[in-house]
Design a protein around this ligand. Sequence first.
Ligand SMILES: Cc1cc2nc3c(=O)[nH]c(=O)nc-3n(C[C@H](O)[C@H](O)[C@H](O)COP(=O)(O)OP(=O)(O)OC[C@H]3O[C@@H](n4cnc5c(N)ncnc54)[C@H](O)[C@@H]3O)c2cc1C
Length: 447
Amino acid sequence: MALPSQANYVIIGAGIHGLSSAYHLALELKQHGRGGGEDILVIDKTSIGAGASGIACGVVRNNYFQPAMRELMAQCVDVWESDPQAYSYHPVGYMQISPESMRANIASIAEQQEQIGYESVFIEGEKQSADYMKTIFHDWQAQGITSVLHEKRGGYANNLKSLYGLASKAEAQGVRILTGITVTGFKMANGATAVTAVETDRGRIECEYIVVAAGPWVKSIWDMLELPKAIDVKGNDGTIHRDVPMWVFWSLQEGTLGIDPTLQKTNDGEFPPVVHVDSDVPLYSDVDGSLITDQMWGIYYKPDFNFGGIQGGAAPFKVETNPDDVAVDPYGPASPDFVVGDDFAHMWCSALAHCQKRFQGQIPKYKNEPSGGIGAFTPDSFPVFDVFRENCYMIADSNHGYKMIGVGQLVASEICGARSTLLQPFRFSRYAEGKLHPVSNSPFPWS
Ligand SMILES: Cc1cc2nc3c(=O)[nH]c(=O)nc-3n(C[C@H](O)[C@H](O)[C@H](O)COP(=O)(O)OP(=O)(O)OC[C@H]3O[C@@H](n4cnc5c(N)ncnc54)[C@H](O)[C@@H]3O)c2cc1C
């Protein structure tokens, strides 16, 4: 298809946010009698799912310490549940299994889930937690666990399949999706801040409105829009932190143990909830018994036919390179810099064995293929959903976001004039105003 020279709405990025925004915007425009999918053009420099959404583990959960994140996730789970088949969604539930140092945080999550009507079970106490886990997995053996939050909703979805499902829905509404087109800049009218055209390597597209959903590439688009590279952030205690880089990168650590996924069925023969364990007991090698860490550690895992085994990950690490010098491309498993190594496999498989006896001695079956990828994080590691330059809606999820399929729906209604209370806590102005989200004591930057 030739590159159109004009489109009312240009959406940059064919990942979860770009495609969800496209589909929902098409519906909103139609509903308001303001056009429809034929007014929307999605462009991607590579292909559908070429970014983080295409390699995401796919976990969908509500478990967040921040009330605003929880409320938003409940809306997102509603969207996943609205069409499980098209979104390749597996509603198996999710478990947050934690040590004493996290119990109070998790108790408040459970309490607030009850308040918002998000079904979950909360177990407290070491014996009670172990007993509960053994009703699901007879071989459960993790030590030092004093609480279990079992979310009955959520689960996981198959990354690429869900994107193709969204793309089909968008295309059925008349949305055009063009791949192999790279945005290289923006055109602003003389003296005006609003963008009037998107410049690409294949030509210029005049437009009225832009949605930026560029995932780990958000920094490059942010720079093209001439937005600030560093900002002042007012902490919750009123202290001003000057010149904080707007974007930093973290490297996500994920992999697959190549065993039959059915080996992880529950005692009842069902597919289990996604399991997330944080622990502060020392973690020892399942290979030679040596100490791997005596610091807080965490893992998550699920049986997954799509990945061909038990798939999951561990806490990410911050990329210390100057953000301007981080090579986002080639991305994901193709990156020479940001794929997981032997240390991850050793730690993660040992942690699996620490939790469940069935994983002991299985490390030789770890799939030794490149996996993992980087994500772009904001100053407080929470999303920024906001309009810049009057007509550029930026969906920058700070790597929380495959699960956030509902954000595109909310963004679409904001574009059509509504104000979303769910998106309000994620405005850029919170950094200047000191309205930051509370921080949990989980070892993960996004909990
Ligand atoms: C290894 C890994 C595992 C993860 N697991 C989970 C999980 O289990 N659950 C969860 O909720 N989240 C998870 N995440 C986070 C989640 O994947 C991301 O937050 C989310 O997918 C971002 O979606 P997006 O649509 O913003 O960006 P992406 O999916 O990255 O899509 C951005 C698209 O923009 C295109 N693009 C970029 N620059 C340009 C340009 N200049 N011109 C044209 N196109 C451009 C890219 O080609 C890309 O296709 C994980 C992330 C990683 C890396």
